[in-house]
Design a binder for this molecule. Structure first.
Ligand SMILES: Cc1cc2nc3c(=O)[nH]c(=O)nc-3n(C[C@H](O)[C@H](O)[C@H](O)COP(=O)(O)OP(=O)(O)OC[C@H]3O[C@@H](n4cnc5c(N)ncnc54)[C@H](O)[C@@H]3O)c2cc1C
Length: 443
């Protein structure tokens, strides 16, 4: 069969699409950012619909599975200091009540909080339902309602057909900036530049005490031995986290195509990446069993439901966060979040590149990086917000996406209450509300 997209084109008949929901705030995507955005807006009194293509919340946290929440802290030689608080801190506290870890784990020149991906699904359901957020699962956003430069809602394909939601404010938390792209926003996306994706997996049957005693360099040395013995491992430096007995979560595969990252917005390249990512796991299983202490009897316990895409569209906003901001403690009048996460670059080689911030420092993230340039009625929160490739390498981590989501949700509700567009809200009032709910905005 010829798969060429130019083989033929068909015309679809025009159709009537029912408007099923009319809400104050529509949040598309229920990952780190969307979860917080929806709950934050609802707690301010807005009527909120949260639409998610999966049957559960958490996005990358639960569908890809990560080892730990990054971005919560800045570190000095002696201290681990929170730089993200607010609803992200409330969420990690909820996970702790379900039995998750409370104590940060120090590694390299930073620290993160390990978590159990399954608990995220449970805690997220609880959080949104308690806040009164209406949920629509298994629905994919496929279009937007747009009048001139105003985004007025979105169109979804669900199990029961196509439907629309009209809203005063739409928040794009799709990670890929799907809504912004459908609305015609300007964005950057270049497969020659973006970071490589990773398929996450968990190994069972691990002697966790011995495995955890290895630092990153030691793990890398053992895996380099495996490479020297002929095993084809695309990456030897990676993360290993344990939150369950005998179980280790590994962030170690790396999928590359023709010397660059595969394009996560291309169906065939994404499909091939899923297959390649899973295929790599069998090579890692052999390498861990033979070469890494503590893993002699390990087996594959779990594989993420989806390959982990680190980077795709970055939507150009009123402010474009830069590497200079990240490395020089950027400060902004309209700051809505802080981050101290290093620039973490997963290129195509076997090593990951890190550029750390000075000990104990952080940079701020401005509200304007969530306002897509030239469009009204739309906010973009999470990893698809407005940042250069280099700045994105730092701001994309889960805790920072949560802080941006919380800010976007409060901003959207304040826009609704004031009857204005998100660009025209009083950012001092936004910052006061965020501070009152425990968010850390820095000096
Ligand atoms: C391999 C990998 C490892 C990482 N490791 C860590 C780590 O250890 N710690 C850390 O803190 N961060 C880590 N990150 C980064 C971090 O996980 C993400 O950048 C962050 O979670 C992104 O949050 P988000 O809400 O912006 O997007 P996502 O979590 O991707 O959420 C987007 C949500 O939108 C939904 N969606 C997408 N498109 C549509 C649509 N059209 N219609 C409806 N729903 C849609 C998706 O299903 C998803 O639920 C890692 C990322 C990757 C890929």
């Amino acid at each position: 069969m010829n798969r060429s997209p130019s083989l033929a084109a068909i015309s679809e008949p025009p159709r009537q699409t029912p408007v099923r929901h009319l809400v104050d705030v529509l949040v598309v995507g229920g990952g780190s950012a969307g979860l917080m955005a929806a709950v934050a807006a609802a707690r301010q009194g807005a009527r909120v619909l949260l639409v998610e293509r999966n049957g559960y919340l958490g996005g990358t946290l639960s569908m890809v599975t990560l080892g730990s929440f990054c971005g919560l802290y800045t570190v000095t030689e002696t201290e681990v200091i929170p730089v993200v608080g607010g609803m992200a801190a409330e969420f990690t506290e909820r996970l702790a009540h379900w039995g998750g870890p409370r104590e940060p784990l120090r590694w390299l020149q930073t620290a993160s909080l390990p978590y159990d991906p399954t608990l995220v699904k449970l805690a997220a359901d609880e959080l949104v339902l308690q806040a009164g957020v209406q949920l629509a699962f298994h629905c994919l956003a496929v279009g937007v309602l747009r009048e001139d430069q105003h985004v007025r809602g979105a169109i979804f394909e669900g199990r029961d057909g196509r439907w629309a939601c009209a809203a005063h404010v739409v928040i794009d938390c799709t990670g890929d900036g799907d809504i912004a792209a459908l609305a015609g926003a300007d964005f950057e996306h270049d497969p020659q530049v973006i970071q490589a994706p990773t398929t996450m997996f968990r190994l069972g049957g691990v002697d966790v005490a011995r495995a955890s005693a290895l630092n990153r360099d030691e793990l890398r040395r053992h895996l380099e031995q495996a490479v020297a013995c002929g095993l084809n491992l695309p990456r030897t430096s990676g993360g290993a986290f344990s939150v369950r007995p005998a179980s280790m979560h590994l962030n170690i595969t790396r999928v590359v195509k023709d010397g660059r990252a595969p394009d996560p917005l291309d169906t065939q390249e994404l499909t091939d990446s899923e297959v390649q990512g899973r295929r790599q796991i069998s090579a890692y299983l052999k390498a861990f069993r033979r070469f890494v202490p503590g893993y002699e009897n390990c087996f594959i316990e779990d594989i993420g439901a989806q390959i982990g895409v680190r980077e795709s569209r970055r939507v150009r906003g009123d402010y474009w966060l830069t590497q200079h901001d990240v490395l020089n403690q950027g400060r902004f009048r309209d700051a809505v979040a802080c981050s101290a996460w290093p620039m973490e670059e997963h290129g195509v080689g076997r090593a990951t590149l890190w550029r750390f911030l000075a000990p104990g420092t952080y940079y701020q993230l401005p509200y304007r990086m969530m306002l897509p340039a030239g469009l009204h009625g739309l906010l973009v929160a999470g990893r698809c917000a407005s940042a250069s490739h280099e700045a994105h390498a730092s701001m994309r981590v889960a805790a920072v996406c949560m802080a941006l989501g919380e800010a976007a949700g409060v901003a959207a509700a304040q826009a609704v209450a004031a009857g204005v567009m998100p660009r025209d809200i009083d950012t001092d009032a936004l910052r006061r509300t965020l501070r009152a709910q425990g968010a850390i905005l820095g000096d």
